[in-house]
Design a protein around this ligand. Structure first.
Ligand code: NAP
Length: 438
């Protein structure tokens, strides 16, 4: 039997994900070699503190604090430190040295992806980041490779497990946001500082990556309209439930065509109502899923664990084996196609359906006045339901009106809501939420 070539693998970071990657590289060395055609030799692990206790027992001599030297001598570099620096400088240095890089660092890709992609292109090496979106779920490779002969029209993703857990908890127990967040923190689904998750920043970084690959155009974080879930109330959830919807934080990337035939891509993250029978509505707890619509393939859904050391390590190892195979077989490295050149659209240009909750006076003719006002603003109503509430103490009656519109532009909807607020029969606008999947 011919001796297999050895490829040196430098691991940067040995936390939740890095420790599991190191374990699998060592435990499954023979199987990985058989699949790759080369032995993947873990040449060192860069960390901040070589004496920290690790989740996995690993040879102490592998640990170093000198990440720069480790990177210089590697064929493949796995970056799992997180954060912007020194991850960015180390990845650039690895690419310039001709090493292929695997990373799960969505924050860095969202902030400075183009610099990294260009460095990889220039060096003719592979930069892979399957773990950066939806953890264990193979989603970037299917978009980039399997669907490269199709035209993706829309991507809807539940790509943040923390917010999905919180919204699911609110939906199933009736809890307020603060209580559901506290429960998520108690169970380890949310960090002590949950800002990046609950404000939608983590999902926005992933939305930029999904949009970039789906529409062959580089989208940056500033192209993503982002709203988190902190203002979603128990009353919103209850009203949505009553109307047959569930509220999810969705990362959305969709191609839109305006009246003149001009195309653009709307990339956004916001709480969204989905009909309870939509496949994404069944995604419970901290799970992730990505729903894709493509011209020829139709509808596809990818579901699984969006985080966790071992599940995420699976995605990292997949990228590593793929990059290593390329090194063994030779030939050009795979690069992203950026030939789409579709502009990013501002949120005002997005079109979607809306759910609007109104507290109105219980008087004759109210429904007709509201319906007329919607029509005047070019927003057509799909469903309008009225519920009467009687207050026994004050002996008064009020009416709750729930409206679901057909697709309309953000601008038209905003103007409609402003006009509705001005009607003397409106006590308050209780909620305005976007709806998908109707
Ligand atoms: P983590 O548990 O915080 O581990 C980070 C590791 O990097 C630690 O071992 C740390 O060293 C090391 N490190 C940090 N800064 C360093 C520096 N300046 N120099 C040298 N070493 C440094 O992180 P993680 O949860 O494994 O996440 C790693 C990456 O994967 C992040 O980009 C994250 O966004 C991404 N990701 C994570 C998940 C997940 O479920 N955790 C899922 C998808 C993607 P010490 O141990 O010595 O402190």
């Amino acid at each position: 039997m011919t001796e297999l070539r050895t490829l040196k693998v430098a691991l940067l970071g040995c936390g939740n994900v890095g420790a599991q990657v190191a374990r699998i590289l060592i435990e499954d060395a023979d199987a990985l070699a058989a699949r790759t055609g080369a032995r993947l030799q873990l040449s060192g692990i860069a960390v901040r503190n070589v004496n920290s206790k690790r989740d996995v027992e690993l040879p102490q001599e592998l640990f170093t604090t000198d990440a720069e030297t480790l990177v210089k001598d590697a064929d493949l570099v796995i970056e799992l430190m997180g954060g912007i620096e020194p991850a960015r400088t180390l990845i650039l240095s690895a690419l310039q040295n001709g090493a292929c890089v695997v990373t799960g660092n969505k924050a860095l890709l969202a902030q400075d992806g183009p610099t990294l992609y260009e460095a990889a292109d220039k060096a003719g090496v592979q930069l892979s980041y399957e773990a950066a979106v939806a953890g264990a779920i193979p989603i970037l490779r299917p978009i980039r490779d399997s669907l490269s002969g199709d035209r993706i029209t829309r991507v809807l993703g539940i790509v943040n497990g923390t917010t999905n857990f919180i919204l699911d908890q609110m939906d199933s127990t009736g809890a307020q946001f603060a209580d559901a967040l506290a429960e998520a923190q108690r169970l380890g689904y949310a960090e002590a500082d949950p800002t990046a998750d609950v404000e939608g920043h983590d999902a926005a970084a992933k939305a930029a990556i999904l949009a970039t690959l789906s529409f062959h155009t580089r989208f940056a974080l500033e192209n993503v309209h982002c709203e988190g879930i902190t203002s979603v109330s128990a009353a919103d959830i209850a009203a949505a439930k009553d109307a047959g919807f569930v509220i999810k934080l969705l990362a959305i990337a969709e191609k839109l065509t305006d009246a003149d035939g001009g195309e653009g891509v709307s990339v956004r993250v916001h709480p969204t109502l989905l009909p309870r029978e939509h496949p994404l509505a069944a995604v419970r707890g901290a799970f992730n899923a990505v729903f894709i619509e493509a011209e020829n393939a139709g509808e596809l859904m990818f579901y699984g664990q969006g985080a966790g050391g071992t599940p995420t390590a699976s995605a990292v190892l997949g990228d590593l084996v793929s990059a290593a195979r390329r090194l063994v077989l030779g030939g050009p490295q795979r690069t992203e196609t950026t030939t789409g050149h579709v502009p990013a659209l501002p949120i005002e240009a997005a079109t979607t359906s809306y759910y609007i909750g109104l507290d109105v006076a219980d008087q004759p003719g109210v429904l007709a006045r509201i319906a007329q006002l919607f029509a005047e603003h070019g927003v057509s109503i799909e469903i309008m339901r009225q519920t009467i509430h009687k207050d026994a103490e004050s002996n008064t009656e009020s009416a709750e009106l729930r409206i679901v519109t057909h697709r309309a532009s953000e601008a038209a909807l905003a103007a409609t809501v402003e006009a509705v607020k001005g009607l003397d029969v409106i006590n308050s606008v209780t909620s305005v939420l976007r709806v998908e999947g109707v």
